[in-house]
Design a protein around this ligand. Structure first.
Ligand SMILES: Cc1ncc(COP(=O)(O)O)c(C=O)c1O
Length: 376
């Protein structure tokens, strides 16, 4: 097989293209009625009162902090994409890095607790690669210390902790980047159950104006009045992309089921290699496998990834370097040892995973690995 096995691939049907084309021809390209449809469908799927579509998860994270006036310390994992930390900096707050649990690569009450002090105002948990954190403990901790709880759920759409969806425990922030479980190209969603916070977030992403163009145009009386209550942003999602998101969301459960079947198949096929550690899924979690990550010894990790890539299997690494070692962040003094994060960042390998990946492609991957000489 000489074909390329990409790391990820969006699943966009002909019907989705047809509907998006129709929306493009409708003339309403900015934030519009499809945003409302997508948001309402999203709220029922996650089990929250409010969903607000945005141009990215990074914007959703920044808004989650701004809407709550967070300017102090925010505990976040370093085992994440730099967007989590960038959002904290851009909101005018201070990221404080915590470590993760080795098996799930997720933060836990144990890794967050040592960093809480009187300056701490919020926690951002990251549900790594599709696996929801232990939210029971984290919710308890956030309540005990009266901290705002934000879930960076960019990588976990449809995943659960004890049957409750990621993004419904605190303020949820989702990504629809093309590598994610559903896509709108660029895009994100903010979820919350507090109506006042939701109204402020809606205003903040639309220039600080409390009613949208779409709503104003439907008003009979003075639709031209636009009053900015905040110094807002333009973080809105365009109408045609919201239409794509709406249709993608309709098939999320089916796509996540496929990802689970593929993950189980990978687990079975990769168990023949003693140098590969397959992922561990917590028993209280429904995993949405945005990524399928394995671990190998750090001495051979780069060689292994390069070997796969030389065979057109576009494996990758998430995340190297971890955020606290990136040029912008490495001068921040860490308060705790981040040894598990550092170790994982040198051991992890992200294998190709997407809902249209075929079992025979996994066979090709495992047959290819048989030719990898792990000993030298
Ligand atoms: C954990 C995490 N947070 C935030 C983001 C940022 O998402 P977006 O590209 O939609 O801003 C990503 C995307 O890669 C991510 O993986």
């Amino acid at each position: 097989m000489s074909q390329i096995v990409p790391l990820s691939l969006p699943d966009i049907s002909d019907n989705e293209i047809k509907v998006v084309s129709k929306v493009l021809k409708s003339g309403w390209l900015a934030h519009g009625e499809w945003n409302k449809k997508f948001e309402s469908e999203f709220s029922s799927f996650i089990g929250v009162k409010n969903s607000i579509s945005m141009n990215s998860c990074t914007s959703a994270l920044e808004i989650a902090l701004k809407v709550n006036d967070i300017k102090g310390e925010v505990v976040i994992p370093s085992m994440t994409w730099c967007a989590t930390a960038n959002a904290v900096i851009n909101a005018g707050a201070k990221p404080i890095f915590c470590d993760v649990e080795p098996d799930t690569r997720n933060v836990s009450a144990n890794t967050i607790l040592p960093l809480i002090n009187k300056r701490t105002e919020a926690i951002i948990v990251v549900h790594f690669g599709g696996q929801t954190c232990n939210m029971e403990e984290i919710v308890k901790l956030s309540k005990k210390y009266k901290l705002l709880l934000i879930e960076d759920s960019a990588e976990t759409l449809g995943g659960t902790w004890k049957k409750k969806k990621a993004g419904s425990f605190g303020i949820g922030c989702f990504s629809f980047f093309p590598t994610k479980n559903i896509t709108t190209g660029e895009g994100g969603m903010f979820t919350c159950s507090d109506n006042i916070i939701a109204d402020k977030a809606r205003a903040l992403i639309g220039h600080g104006i409390t009613n949208s163009t779409f709503d104003r145009e439907r008003k009979k009386y003075k639709p031209w009045i636009r009053e900015a209550s905040y110094a807002g942003h333009n973080f809105r999602m365009p109408n045609p992309l919201a239409a794509l998101g709406f249709l993608q969301l309709k098939k999320i459960s089916k796509m996540n089921k496929k990802r689970n079947t593929l993950a189980n198949y990978y687990n079975k096929k990769l168990s023949q290699f003693d140098f590969i550690k397959t992922p561990i899924c917590n028993k209280d979690v429904y995993h949405s496998y945005q990524m399928y990550t394995v671990e190998v010894d750090k001495k051979i990790r780069n060689k292994f990834v390069n070997f796969l890539r030389s065979k057109n299997i576009l494996a990758s690494v998430h995340f190297y370097p971890p955020v606290h070692l990136q040029p912008f962040y490495k001068n921040i003094k860490n308060r705790v040892n981040l040894s598990i994060t550092e170790e994982l960042s040198e051991r992890l390998v992200t294998m190709p995973m997407y809902s249209t990946l075929k079992k025979n492609q996994i066979d090709y991957i495992t047959d290819t690995i048989k030719n990898f000489k792990s000993r030298n």
